[in-house]
Design a protein around this ligand. Structure first.
Ligand code: HEC
Length: 121
């Protein structure tokens, strides 16, 4: 009798735990995943915003580490080539194979990206 009761309690606990774990996974992926990145890039809020804008809009062509590849230029030292306003013009208007982001990103978002990239020298 006692043993059965204990088993039941253990099963209940395991079940409750499972539910809590699943809930946690679905509600908190973004902040959890971002935190270590912030640390490694020494990042402030702007850095974090730029990284997530980059990942959502640019990474497909310019690669996760900005190294580019194929017809896509590396952006790793792009700040040595262009200043923030030149980069902002490229993002806004596009150039050759580079799509224009006017209307897709706000001027603020393009600014954040341009400032961030202009520091990559
Ligand atoms: C569809 C693929 C694609 C996407 C998405 C894309 N780019 Fe590009 N990007 C290119 C190509 C291709 C070039 C080279 C253009 C040229 O040769 O004139 C380029 C060039 C650039 C340059 C100039 C590099 C240089 O050395 O001259 C910058 C800066 C740049 N991209 C930033 C971005 C940013 C920031 C985003 C996201 C908002 C982005 N790109 C998204 C394809 C892409």
């Amino acid at each position: 009798m006692f043993k059965k009761g204990l088993l039941f309690v253990m099963l209940l606990t395991a079940f409750a735990f499972g539910v809590v774990a699943c809930g946690g996974n679905t509600t908190a992926p973004a902040p959890g995943g971002q935190a270590p990145q912030e640390g490694t890039t020494g990042g402030d809020a702007t850095n974090t915003e730029a990284t997530s804008l980059y990942n959502a809009n640019c990474m497909a062509c310019h690669a996760t580490d900005l190294s580019g590849g194929g017809n896509f230029p590396s952006l790793q030292n792009v700040g040595g080539k262009y200043d923030a306003s030149q980069i902002s013009a490229i993002i806004t208007n596009g150039r050759n194979g580079m799509p224009a982001f006017q209307g897709k990103l706000s001027a603020d978002e393009i600014n954040v990206l341009s400032e961030w990239l202009s520091a990559k020298k």
